[in-house]
Design a protein around this ligand. Sequence first.
Ligand code: ATP
Length: 340
Amino acid sequence: MEKKKVLIGMSGGVDSTVTTMLLKEQGYEVEGVYMKLHSKPGYHEIHQARAQKAADFAGVKLHVLDLQQQFNQNVFTPFVETYKAGRTPNPCALCNRTMKFGALADFADKVGADYLATGHYIKTDGHFLYQAEDDTKDQSYFLFYIDKRIVPRLIFPLGERKKTDIKAYAASVEGLESFASQAESSEICFVETTYADVLKDYVNIDQPGEVLDSDGNVVGEHKGYMHYTIGKRKGFTVHGAHEPHFVLEIKPETNQIVVGKKEDLEIWDVTIGNINLFDERSEFDTTVKLRYRTKAVPCHVKIEGEKAQIKLQEPVLGVAAGQAAVFYDGDKLIGGGWIE
Ligand SMILES: Nc1ncnc2c1ncn2[C@@H]1O[C@H](COP(=O)(O)OP(=O)(O)OP(=O)(O)O)[C@@H](O)[C@H]1O
């Protein structure tokens, strides 16, 4: 029988390197691709060389795609614009839709690959996506926005595995040890230190402004509204305050932030837009994560046209506009939308 062909996204990291080895062991015909995504000086020289080393070791052909322009348009510019609008972006979810499971899927067609694989920690049964076995590494939250038509073509060999085992595997294979010991990639690939460090090259983020209380009284000063996300409790002054204050609202048009007590952060109702669902229901009970690495909260969802209303069954503290609301039935990913 002819071997099925898989295209694997190779970043030069330990996960996609071991994934490539696993796919070979499983008997697939494998080709790899390294994508140049963001435009951070010096980054691709190092990471492309690592991907090439991994490909040479595994004996697979490595393609290199320069997608910096598309990445800038689809991921990086929205990242900057979202902060400018006083919201908190989720660039990885946009990258997964447009690049890793968008442009890469188009490239899989081009090279005649039956399947597309990555080293993401997530599971699939060919119809739906599921949380990874290793819940300290689960990346399903960031895949809620991918086009469901591509799901039948996806393979995630790491979904059933633990990160510690992947590292141990690399450490035990002669020639792959360096992949086990190299530093873990940061959560957002183009943010090495803080997001403010990245933003400041594109927009003036250090413009001090007023801190308001919930009644609109000026109570202190802040460093520039883009330094804050909802729920943040440091980096601004509140004159005469005896208890901690938290950011409740960001007002970009007047460069003001509104602060209040912890209980003022409680949210019971959330509206989302740009919905992406893997099933067809329009009203259902489920659970929702309103931020990565938080517990899923029971809720009722009602879809109305382009938007959905989420009624939480318990309050959540500090919900930030621009972030993703992601629905789960147990460990099954149902989809989600962008918090308004
Ligand atoms: N520049 C890239 N080119 C090709 N594929 C990529 C690239 N960046 C990430 N990927 C794919 O997406 C997967 C998840 O990427 P993520 O940035 O979350 O890295 P990771 O979990 O640290 O994985 P790795 O250890 O492979 O870098 C990677 O395992 C890889 O398959």
